[in-house]
Design a protein around this ligand. Sequence first.
Ligand code: 6PG
Length: 495
Amino acid sequence: MAPTHNHIAMIGLGVMGKSLTLNLLDNQFNVAGFDVNSQHLDQTAREAKQLNKGSFTYCDSLAAIIASLSSPRIIALSLPAGNIVDQVITQLLDVGLEPQDIVIDTGNSLWTDTIEREKQYQGKLEFFTTAVSGGEQGARYGAALMASGSQQAWKHIQPMWNAIAAKVDNQGLPVPPQHSGEPCATYTGPTGSGHFVKMVHNGIEYADMQLICEVYHYLRDILKLTSDEIGDIFAQWNQGVLNSYLIEITADILKQKDFASDHALVEMILDKAGQKGTGTWTAINSLEFGCPTPTIAQSVYARSLSSLKSQRTLGAKFLPAETLSSQKLDLTSTINQLHDALYCAKLCAYAQGFDLMRTLSAHKDWTLNFVNIAKGWRAGCIIRATFLQDIANAFTNNPSLENLLFDEHFATELSNRQLNWRHVVANTSLSGIPMPGISSALSYFDSMRCETLPANLLQAQRDYFGSHTYSRIDQPESEKYHVEWSQSPRVEVKR
Ligand code: 6PG
């Protein structure tokens, strides 16, 4: 083994770790690799050999990993989120990891765990994180990377991450692998911020996917179109403002024939959605910090509802709907309405996600840069879309923009498209087809444009049963009032 020529080590050579390793090798970096599963290690070594680019050092222990690098060592972990990350770090410390060495967690860890880890390992090692989006293909040929930790560690890591990240051209459009362009490797700030940003990315991903599925449901069950026809519609939409990876793959999926019947494959797939939990984390954080992300939360609930298959099967028998027939819907104009509903709801989901980032950024003093975050999502990641350039423009025009809905470009889009969105929500409700994401987004939009919500009554109710007090619109908000509701005559007192 030549110990000092390696730039980085990768621990964990499953799908993501192996792909990141091969990507680093492609870019002429020398990588040492280890996995407790020797099959993973052997497979990576075999594929590395075929590349004939940077060199791969086969390490059969963590001690060999430590010996394969020179100081400061850079060690990336590609491990499942959870205790295993701490177990491996503890073992690395046992075999000689030093305080100046940098350990990078590239998994989907919960950002609060990341903050705890930084505290736990302070003085023992330099803890850094990089959240990776783009799945296997992204890791292999260009991912979106969200890095956080010390600036000093970032200086060591940045050249490698810039090389393996997806790139965009000067119009913000993704370029093919190995082409030059602006890298989607974003340094988000202090430890924890990168995993937080990735968590919000995933929350938006859940919403994006759910909204597309709702449109598919409408086209399938109200307009009675075939999967093939729906695929054509998404393919066409992918040429316009909705252009995105998720729309593109949806069109492709809908066109796929089943391998064992005459149906489209999608018609043969059981309608129970899985999840690994990052969308749920986003929804929980939004509740904890009082920053509404209803469309993201509804997307998590929609997955849970989908898994209640046996209850839904009963419901289909016992709960017949009284609906209005949608026979008279004009096909072309309804498809246009759905397009605009999808665009507007998508915009609301992103607005919610960015608002959650704004809220946490202020709370944690992270000073997240939303232009860089939006730019970093333009290629490589699952939610990549041309629309992200518009978001980057919105924050470039106004870095302290409170909500994306208030950007001039987006406000104009919403104004032009909202009637179509309302038609869709009304029709879907009258037809008895659920649309939790698109309709929750419309309620979010209408709440955001409603100066006087009925929370005045709610405050009175709280005061009535719990003496929780209220503020008056004709007095400073800080002054609290209470009515002695059970007294006769009732009196209002200042608290
Ligand atoms: C990405 C994805 C990825 C995610 C999986 C599965 O950015 O590459 O967000 O990180 O974990 O797609 O997520 P669910 O199983 O929760 O749908």
